[in-house]
Write a protein that binds this ligand. Sequence first.
Ligand SMILES: Cc1cc2nc3c(=O)[nH]c(=O)nc-3n(C[C@H](O)[C@H](O)[C@H](O)COP(=O)(O)OP(=O)(O)OC[C@H]3O[C@@H](n4cnc5c(N)ncnc54)[C@H](O)[C@@H]3O)c2cc1C
Ligand SMILES: NC(=O)c1ccc[n+]([C@@H]2O[C@H](COP(=O)([O-])OP(=O)(O)OC[C@H]3O[C@@H](n4cnc5c(N)ncnc54)[C@H](O)[C@@H]3O)[C@@H](O)[C@H]2O)c1
Length: 463
Amino acid sequence: MSMAYDYDMLVVGSGPAGQKAAVQGAKAGKRVALVERDNLFGGACVHRGTIPSKTLRENALRISHMRQNASLADFKLTEDLEMSALITRLNDVLVAHDMYMSRQIDRNGIERIQGRASFVDNETIRIDRVQAEPLTVRCETVILATGSYPRNPPNMPIDHENVLDSDSILSLLYLPKSLTVLGGGVIASEYASIFQALGVQVTMIDKYPKPLGFLDQDLCDTFVEVFEGMGGTWLGEREVEHVSWDGISEVTTECNDGTIVRSQKLLCAAGRIANVKNLNIENAGLSLNDRGLITVDEDMRTSVPNIFAAGDIIGPPSLASSSMEQGRRAASRAMDVEVSSMHDMIPSGIYAIPELSAVGLNEDQAIKKFGGSVVGRANFDEIARGQISGNTQGMLKLICDDKGEKIVGTMIVGEGATELVHIGMMAIMNEMKVDALVDSIFNFPTLAEAYRVAALDAISRRS
Ligand SMILES: Cc1cc2nc3c(=O)[nH]c(=O)nc-3n(C[C@H](O)[C@H](O)[C@H](O)COP(=O)(O)OP(=O)(O)OC[C@H]3O[C@@H](n4cnc5c(N)ncnc54)[C@H](O)[C@@H]3O)c2cc1C
Ligand SMILES: NC(=O)c1ccc[n+]([C@@H]2O[C@H](COP(=O)([O-])OP(=O)(O)OC[C@H]3O[C@@H](n4cnc5c(N)ncnc54)[C@H](O)[C@@H]3O)[C@@H](O)[C@H]2O)c1
């Protein structure tokens, strides 16, 4: 490191992207500092997003299983259930995660600085600290990993008490009786189905005809079927125009077609935008693109050569999984460490009830690419493990090329989907033939057996 710099690399943000970037930089023998404004490490992923929502989901699933098996035990959910009772294990999960991350940061000799970073110029960062003087440091490379925050449409009176966003929804004190969910994306579908499974009367509203429209149509249809089967309401092709809180007990949502929905609470899940608040990116010569994101090249380098960016700040796929890899890659490229090009095979895992997961091409994309496609299906109710566990609403679709030989996609809905998908992912990455799934012996009874059943179905459909 040149004496002109305090650090070889300064990473801003300790979410999945920043954390992996800092560790990778330190592993390359560089002097690295990690700046985080919050007092705990982990970012939105740990404190407001992935981990809290999945902890709530786990309890919602247990409660819905208990309801389904009510004949075995006298089960009734307590009236006015406190939200904290539904995420009891969350604190243990967060503390364990923070400890694991802090140890990793310390073990690798990374300096932790608590404070809010902002650019003075492209190499100089000011860090405003709580109960300490501001710090100004010079660094050769900067990795921006400041994540995203909820996009709140202008007509949305978010007060974090009655009209909430995805950062505040888990701060609800009590489980509401009814909830309107604006949006049909991933966050909306996860929370809508989780709250519905907990017995809340949920109405989802989106301008698109179906939720999760980027997924295979059969998966979207199964999601809606199960959601409505639990008592939820899906209102597609409607734009929310006006939302108001009556000051007493009710939120009124008015749509462009005249539909009016009344509920106790509303969750706005209308997308997320890059978090560059107070970063003064213009001082470094950076600006946001027309989608409100930081643009990077395939090395994760921004338009300013010594500044890299990774994670939600650069936009889709905006996943914890891809953010970690982008962070690692950004640090490697910045330090001239050899790294292979990023794999385009990124699975989507949606932790709704039911779970959905997909990797590779869906049926429409396969038809576009090969001029046709052979699809093999297995319904979980045909699989012994599905029947035993009562997990009968699931389905696995194996998408093959036009000859029905090569596996090009795997689409799954049903419990276990986010784990099962990796078998399909490995098959696609290794260019496996469909027949190899039939020739393999799977544990019995397992849901993974659905792969063999779907493969047999695909083979029977070859022309
Ligand atoms: C409700 C919800 C559920 C999700 N579920 C999943 C899921 O199941 N699976 C999945 O893969 N992804 C999921 N995601 C997405 C995932 O959480 C994000 O993609 C991931 O957290 C992005 O990581 P990041 O490192 O870019 O940013 P973040 O995790 O947002 O971390 C950014 C950090 O930067 C800090 N920071 C910001 N500005 C400054 C500054 N000026 N100075 C210092 N520090 C600063 C912030 O305090 C924060 O700690 C979910 C997101 C949400 C909202
Ligand atoms: N399991 C996971 O991987 C996971 C979980 C949660 C979040 N995430 C990430 O978080 C990001 C943000 O998720 P999100 O669901 O907030 O965003 P999104 O962009 O996926 O969905 C927002 C939805 O809101 C709708 N909408 C916006 N304004 C509207 C209006 N006025 N009326 C009607 N509909 C309106 C849009 O049509 C869109 O469908 C995603 O990119 C996702 O990758 C991932």
